[in-house]
Design a protein around this ligand. Structure first.
Ligand SMILES: N[C@@H](CCC(=O)N[C@@H](CS)C(=O)NCC(=O)O)C(=O)O
Length: 117
């Protein structure tokens, strides 16, 4: 039986669903913020094409962050879901969430794969 991850849609060893899953995500960030740097590094390591939105210089992204998330604090991950968007603050929470979804080596990810079979 083919094992498919409930979170990212990938089968173990494959990255097929990552691109699709990443479309639901956007990272609001500042270029020089150290917490954003840390989060961008994690995204780079996971090699997932998550859109980066400049909440410092782009007034539309800044306004969206204020209105959607509730405050101008970065990094903030916007997660599009079936019932609307969720806004996740705190770099460590964001990185943990991304690892669970996109790092096939992570224990949580493996657990999700098991549950999907
Ligand atoms: N504990 C937070 C710290 C985030 C943080 O302090 N970000 C700064 C930029 S480096 C910020 O958004 N400051 C604006 C504010 O707190 O209102 C994290 O790890 O994400």
């Amino acid at each position: 039986m083919k094992r498919i991850c409930v979170n990212c849609g990938s089968s173990p060893g494959a990255r097929a669903g990552y691109k699709e899953a990443a479309r639901e995500l956007a990272l609001y960030q500042f270029y020089a913020c150290p917490f954003c740097v840390k989060t961008r590094r994690a995204i780079h390591r996971l090699n997932v094409p998550i859109e980066l939105r400049d909440a410092q210089n782009d007034p539309l992204h800044r306004q969206a962050l204020q209105e959607g998330g509730g405050s101008i604090k970065v990094p903030c991950l916007r997660i599009e879901g079936q019932d609307g968007a969720t806004w996740m603050y705190e770099s460590s929470d964001i990185i943990g969430y991304l690892n669970r979804r996109f790092d096939p080596e992570s224990a949580d990810h493996q657990e999700a794969v098991e549950q999907a079979t």
